[in-house]
Write a protein that binds this ligand. Structure first.
Ligand code: ADP
Length: 475
């Protein structure tokens, strides 16, 4: 059976007889170590595992107990070990001197067994709390030096504890009685609606550029801590400055937009010239030439599709939600979107099933909704290589939310990829063949737009059987 570690007690006394006596009293309960002079005591005390208590005789030749104690208190490794001075004298002067040198308790010779054991026991307890406090002190010092901001709030969002960085980032002079959620939504642009705050683990906080400072982009993380009864007890809020990353992203987006626009014009010309050739409008072609020009037409059409998708992505992804929300009749809108997609995949046999209440409505930005559903349905068809592609769309309204699922009977997605497929430019490698149009932007856009509308998306999938994307939007 595993035994709990016994506390270690180092006894320092030049009188062998006293050491023997101490050993006989302490050994049944503690790990005993006896040394006869101060020098050996200092070496032993500094060696890990350090003793939990030192019993130190005052009157010793060479180095007195006072000197040993002073040295113990000066050394980082031994400064916190409780020391009990053993004294034959009851003189106040001695005690004052010992206290000044940093001793924790006294015991007088001759030892009284019960008294000695009681002293040791209570000091062990005090030592435990002292170590805890010391650890907390160190912990607080480290937290305060961190560049990440950390605040702990109660369930009402009132700040209970905070480090220097979080106060600096959020420009809070005095955290007493500050409601963190209110401060955030009052002074900053937040990437999610206030009512949805507790539904998100991560979100962005932006302080717009001001005359004296560049824009500040902060990534916030929330951890809701619950008590044993399952009630929310604390909210741990962390902040990281991601300004440099966001600025770079922004430049990249602009660059992508620029390149795409530059590519579109020559591509359109190539495509229209190739089509004229292919139709025989420029000169008659032999069979070989016809084949080649058909390939050029087909591939440049594909390329143009990619470039247009890229432009659309850059435009919508980078934009602020300035479009107004409008009422969307879901059944009609879904039919419209799916029809136009299915028409584009002429060589696929698609079986579509839409299960949507006639009166289902949504208050949302139409362009966003079209992109969200359009991308999901396009993926459901595009990645499917079965003879018959089955796509099933189910709409349910629960309280103030609509839940929409788009299911297919396609290849499925490995579960380890669930977290990645919503990243920009990510394509599950197996599906990444030159045959599949796309660049891994669809789902990144879908997720971003859903979150802008205050909703969430998740995927469930079985390899070889199909995938279901489920998302929510508030009505
Ligand atoms: P793209 O813009 O290229 O279509 P997405 O971002 O939409 O890419 O999707 C990312 C990856 O997720 C795809 O490369 C594909 O591997 C996988 N994926 C997305 N939807 C489906 C689906 N319905 N069935 C199987 N795989 C899918």
């Amino acid at each position: 059976m595993l035994q709990e570690k016994r506390p270690k007690i180092l006894c320092v006394d030049d009188a062998k007889l006293n050491l023997k006596l101490l050993e006989s009293i302490l050994v049944p309960e503690y790990e005993f170590q006896g040394v006869e002079n101060g020098e050996t005591a200092l070496i032993q005390a500094a060696q890990p595992p350090s003793p939990d208590i030192i019993l130190l005789d005052i009157m010793m030749p060479d180095m007195s107990g006072f000197e040993v104690l002073k040295k113990l208190r000066e050394d980082e490794k031994t400064r916190l070990i409780p020391v009990v001075m053993i004294t034959a004298l009851r003189e106040t002067e001695d005690r004052v001197k010992a206290l000044e040198a940093g001793c924790d308790d006294f015991i007088s010779k001759p030892f009284e067994k019960a008294e000695l054991l009681a002293r040791v026991k209570s000091l062990l307890k005090i030592n435990y709390y002292r170590q805890q406090l010391d650890e907390r002190g160190k912990f607080k010092a480290v937290i305060d030096k961190m560049s990440e901001g950390i605040a702990v709030c109660g369930p009402d969002w009132i700040i209970k504890d905070s480090n220097a960085a979080v106060l600096k980032y959020l420009n809070i002079a005095d955290p007493a009685n500050v409601n963190l959620a209110e401060t955030l939504f009052k002074n900053y642009s937040i990437s999610i609606p206030k009512e949805q705050l507790m539904n998100f683990k991560t979100f962005d906080i932006v302080r717009e550029e001001i005359e004296t400072a560049q824009a500040l982009y902060l990534e916030a993380n929330l951890d809701a801590l619950k008590n044993p009864a399952g009630e929310l007890s604390n909210i741990v809020f962390t902040l990281r400055d991601v300004s440099a990353v966001r600025r770079e992203e922004f430049l990249k987006q602009n660059f992508l937009g620029l390149i795409s626009h530059k590519l579109r014009t020559p591509l359109t010309i190539i495509l229209s010239s190739a089509s004229m050739f292919a139709r025989g409008e420029i000169s008659s072609l032999n069979e070989e030439q016809q084949k080649a020009i058909n390939i050029i037409s087909k591939k440049s059409f594909l390329l143009l599709g990619i470039v247009e998708k890229l432009i659309g992505f850059v435009m919508i992804y980078g934009q602020n939600p300035d479009q107004p929300k409008e009422a969307i009749e879901l059944k009609a809108r879904i039919s419209l979107i799916t029809d136009s997609i299915i028409k584009r995949f002429k060589d696929k046999k698609v079986e579509l099933n839409i299960d949507c209440p006639e009166d289902a409505k949504l208050e949302a930005r139409k362009a966003y909704f079209d992109q969200i559903l359009g991308n999901l349905v396009e993926n459901a068809v595009k990645f499917n290589v079965k003879d018959i592609t089955k796509v099933s769309i189910v709409v349910k309204k629960i309280l103030q939310e609509v839940i929409i699922s788009v299911a297919d009977n396609g290849p499925g997605i490995p579960s380890e990829e669930y977290g990645h497929i919503f990243e920009k430019f990510y394509q599950v490698e197996k599906n990444f063949s030159g045959q599949v149009e796309g660049m891994g932007l669809g789902l990144a856009l879908v997720k971003k737009l859903i979150e802008r509308e205050g909703g969430q998306i998740k995927v469930e999938s079985k390899l070889g059987q199909g995938s279901t994307f489920i998302f929510t939007l508030s009505v």
